[in-house]
Design a protein around this ligand. Structure first.
Ligand SMILES: NC(=O)C1=CN([C@@H]2O[C@H](COP(=O)(O)OP(=O)(O)OC[C@H]3O[C@@H](n4cnc5c(N)ncnc54)[C@H](O)[C@@H]3O)[C@@H](O)[C@H]2O)C=CC1
Ligand SMILES: O=C(O)C1=N[C@H](C(=O)O)C[C@H](O)C1
Length: 233
């Protein structure tokens, strides 16, 4: 498969290693200075760039009939515009806040736990995410997906950074050293605590998930998620 990388930072470089190991070819490494991009060389594009760049990269790929896998976080105010364009162009598009298998299982666990806790008002829930100090967005995309999972299965109406109320789910974001990504969902009562936690040890799981999604999307049209790729139901 001929893969174009939009963004060749920490994730782009890790994806290159994983893709080559799996027998793929990297045909383009695109950054903010790239001009005259030749879309005809690409079977699929993978975007891990920056919040302000992601939507432009996705639209360029869709306009040029290149399936696009997007892992960039912090641009989701334009997600619906991207899905509408994908449908208009009969293109193929996957966004995931987190491509790792472990986190996608953790998302399912989070939804299931939230459902079980729904009618237990003695427990309060809070989310925490910890990432490296170079991360631009807060809260993390993964924490937002977790919060949306809790909200869909509970009486919470919204999430907020650093602030809680009866209807507002609190997310705490910490930036420490080189931490690749740690997410905790904690239910607290006076008598006990229940916590579920995912700890990434490095970036390889994110990269493997993104390359797996790129392999899966070839020949398909539509807007998909990692639930589709991993056949999680
Ligand atoms: N969905 C997932 O599984 C994961 C998502 N991420 C997200 O991926 C994004 C990138 O993360 P990192 O690689 O750690 O960041 P990074 O800062 O190491 O790399 C970002 C790269 O984007 C490039 N860039 C800037 N403008 C661009 C443009 N217009 N077109 C193409 N490239 C451009 C920069 O040159 C830079 O090298 C972040 O939004 C991060 O939150 C990170 C890890 C996993
Ligand atoms: O910026 C990162 O590094 C990561 N970003 C994603 C997010 O915002 O959730 C995924 C992962 O946690 C690493």
């Amino acid at each position: 498969m001929r893969i174009a990388l939009f963004g060749y930072g920490k994730m782009g470089q890790m994806i290159e290693q994983v893709a080559i190991k799996r027998g793929h070819e990297i045909v383009a490494k695109i950054d903010e200075n790239s001009e005259n991009i030749d879309f005809s060389t690409m079977d699929v594009a993978i975007d891990f760039s920056m919040p302000e760049a992601a939507f432009g990269n996705i639209t360029k790929c869709l306009h040029n009939n290149v399936p696009i896998i997007s892992g960039t976080t912090g641009w989701l105010d334009k997600y619906e515009d991207a899905t509408t364009l994908c449908q208009e162009k009969k293109g193929a598009f996957i966004y995931a806040s987190n491509f790792s298998l472990g986190v996608n299982i953790f998302f399912e666990l989070n939804n299931y736990l939230a459902k079980m806790m729904q009618n237990l008002p003695e427990y309060n829930v809070e989310l925490e995410e910890i990432h490296h100090t170079q991360k631009l967005d807060a809260p993390s995309g993964t924490a937002i997906t977790l919060a949306e999972g809790v909200i869909a299965n509970s009486n919470y109406k919204q999430w907020k950074l650093d602030s809680a109320s009866k209807e507002t789910l609190k997310i705490t974001s910490k930036r420490i050293g080189t931490v690749p990504g740690t997410h905790t969902v904690a239910y607290e009562s006076i008598v006990d605590s229940i916590e579920i936690k995912h700890t990434a040890h490095n970036r390889e799981g994110f990269a493997l998930g993104a390359v797996t999604a790129a392999e899966w999307i070839i020949g398909k049209a539509g807007v998909f998620s990692m639930r589709d790729v991993l056949n999680l139901g």
